[in-house]
Write a protein that binds this ligand. Structure first.
Ligand code: M5T
Ligand code: MG
Length: 620
């Protein structure tokens, strides 16, 4: 993943896509912003009309004649004077209208921004399900989570708060300038004199403090990552007695966050304080100029009120403008970080996407594979498996066993040679169909934080209790589940029961059995199960294994010996293959490993130690 500090480039197509459904809210919001600005500016005008015309009896040239026409029609100044509540009601109506438009603005903005955030999150999530497996292997989960949450939030905030704020400020400026210049050009110039200075200073200032904002964000990120690391690694922390240093580390991060944020608040306080002086200075100058003009140029009290009110109303949004423009950069970076995920191509179907009936006949023909172009993990692998056969794979750690079965699922494509399943090249089989026909128990099984029943029946949500129990019985985990207080409704994981490694593996085996797939893969999935349970599971599985081609990766000779074909891998090469008896006769890796395990077994038995203890490895 690239860093945040890169050249900004907005993907307008993406912007178009994510705003597609919510554009009407933008239009409505913008219209409401404009109307709210108009009603906000009408209020000082109504006050000025009341003061000048109704109370003082002056007829202003700058007021539109329609206003006077209306006043004359309902009874003229005297009528309004004796019914002053009419003016009060008009003022209230304007304020109410302003409130209604502000509400519509807020509602439209919320609908637009929340809508956009939802579309982006959904699109990202869907895309993350579609990108190749390899993409996930090379991305940091934390980074992806941050992109799907805080980057989306930055955009949501920008759309929700800042974008319409720009529209509002521009609308307010235009409306105010038109009204003021049509009333008195010189006063309009005086009233807006400080605005360019305020705008420039806010722009320059917020560009400068942006670094401080970034530092504050980073310090906050550090706190959460320290906390996350500590909580997920709680066992290691306790086991190694690291609490003291962990507290020290957290205190340091916390203090850093406090200092950085304190400095930021100080800087902001300084800015708002300084620009407050400028803003109030502007109001004072407008007031003084208005008073002088009222003496020399016949300026009315109402007009002075309008200009001083406008001076106050304009300074606030202009002071905010620099902040918004500075944040625009932040939103652009976030948009780009999201675009980086979305522009990663989804897993393609380069082959013919054939949908053959898969029976489980598998052939590897001189297959080579490497995660990097320069380093082959599997070299020239050839073997055959007929439907219903059991293929065992043995090899030292890192010899390529997991990689071999990953090729079978087409999580990766082999670099040379070919894999044929039921007469069809694996690359031509629709990858979804292929994977749904392969049941796998991973080396480190993952269970959802849901109930055990849901975990087992994940591939077949409408499975009957009987089916779930049967699968669990074959996986030798039914009795364990029954011993839990909530039995199959026990929630696995964080807030539920934490299963032991062996129990997890067995639940994963039960889950796989529900799939009823013609190809089954056990990737070292009995390693955390004691040898007796292992044997019981294998015996139960034997009955149904006849209908599936089964791959068993294991280090235990007792598990491997019944297989129809045993593949012995060494450094990515298939050094031996054959049945247990055949391999024993040959002086090779298999016979050596079998010899060592046999010897250990005898020693343990001879020493009175029961063989149910876990096979802790034989050096392979
Ligand atoms: C074989 C490398 C690994 C090792 C070799 C899964 C995986 C493996 N490797 C990668 O570079 N990226 C990967 O995603 O490939 O690894 P393996 O196939 O996992 O070996 P194994 O299953 O026989 O080992 P083990 O320990 O599970 O018994 O060099 O670095
Ligand atoms: Mg492995």
């Amino acid at each position: 993943m690239e860093s945040k500090q890169q050249k900004k480039k907005i993907n307008w197509k993406l912007v178009g896509t994510v705003t597609f459904g919510v554009r009407r809210y933008f239009v409505l919001g913008s219209a409401a912003v404009l109307l709210a600005a108009l009603t906000a500016y009408a209020i000082p005008l109504i006050t000025s009309f009341t003061v000048d015309y109704v109370i003082a009896g002056e007829k202003l040239q700058t007021m539109p004649s329609v206003v006077y026409g209306w006043a004359e029609k309902i009874g003229g100044r005297d009528y309004l004077r004796s019914n002053i509540h009419i003016m009060a009601l008009i003022l209230i109506a304007a304020a109410l209208l302003n409130g209604v438009f502000t509400f519509i603005r807020g509602r439209s903005v919320a609908l637009a921004s929340e809508g956009i955030a939802k579309v982006i999150r959904d699109t990202l999530y869907r895309h993350l399900q579609a990108v190749p497996y390899d993409y996930h292997k090379h991305s940091s989960t934390g980074d992806l989570v941050q992109r799907c949450t805080s980057d989306v939030d930055t955009i949501r905030r920008f759309v929700g708060v800042q974008l319409l704020e720009i529209v509002r400020t521009v609308a307010m400026l235009i409306v105010a300038l038109i009204i003021m210049f049509s009333m008195h050009a010189f006063m309009a110039l005086i009233t807006t004199a400080a605005l360019p200075v305020l705008f420039l200073s806010s722009f320059v200032y917020f560009r400068k403090v942006r670094k401080q904002f970034t530092l504050s964000d980073e310090a906050e990120g550090k706190i959460s990552s320290t906390l996350q690391e500590n909580l997920t690694g709680v066992r290691v922390v306790r086991a190694f007695g690291q609490q003291g240093s962990e507290i020290e580390k957290f205190t340091r991060c916390n203090a850093e966050y406090r200092d950085v944020t304190f400095k930021l608040i100080k800087m902001l306080g300084f800015y708002w304080g300084l620009t407050d002086i400028l803003a109030y200075g502007q109001i004072c100058i407008t007031l003084v100029a208005g008073v002088i003009l009222s003496v020399t140029d016949g300026f009315t009290l109402g007009q002075v009120m309008v200009f001083t009110a406008y001076a106050g109303m304009l300074t606030w949004p202009v002071r905010q403008m620099g902040r918004i423009l500075a944040d625009l950069g932040k939103a652009t970076v976030s948009l780009e970080r999201i675009d980086e995920i979305l522009s990663h191509p989804a897993e393609t179907e380069p082959g013919k996407a054939l949908k053959p009936v898969i029976k489980g006949e598998i052939e590897f023909k001189n297959v080579c594979f490497g995660y990097d172009a320069y380093d082959d993990v599997l070299k020239d692998i050839s073997f055959k498996a007929c439907p219903g056969q059991t293929i065992a794979i043995l090899g030292s750690t890192g010899s390529g066993k997991t990689s071999l079965v990953q090729l079978l699922q087409r999580l990766y494509t082999c670099t040379a040679g070919e894999i044929i399943i039921d007469g069809v090249n694996i690359n031509d089989i629709d990858h979804r169909l292929l994977r749904s026909n392969i049941g796998i128990v991973l080396q480190e099984p993952f269970l959802y934080s849901r109930t055990i029943r849901e975990n087992i029946s994940i591939v077949k949500p409408d499975a009957s209790d009987e089916e779930v129990y049967n699968a669990a019985k074959i996986a030798a985990v039914h009795d364990v589940i029954e011993s839990f207080e909530k039995k199959y409704d026990t929630v696995v994981g964080e807030r539920g029961v934490t299963l032991s490694g062996g129990q997890k593996q067995r639940v994963a085996i039960a889950r796989m059995l529900m799939q009823n797939a013609p190809i089954l893969i056990f990737d070292d999935s009995m390693s955390a199960v004691d040898t007796e349970t292992d044997a019981a599971i294998r015996e139960a599985l034997n009955k149904r294994r006849k209908s599936s081609t089964t791959f068993i990766i294991s280090h235990r000779i007792t598990t491997l010996c019944e297989a129809d074909n045993i593949l012995v891998l060494d450094g990515g090469r298939l050094v031996q293959q054959g049945k247990h008896e055949e391999l024993l006769k040959v002086d090779g890796l298999y016979a050596r490993i079998a010899g060592i395990q046999n010897m250990l077994e005898q020693e343990l038995n001879g020493g009175g130690v029961k063989s149910e203890h876990r096979d802790q490895g034989t050096g392979i």
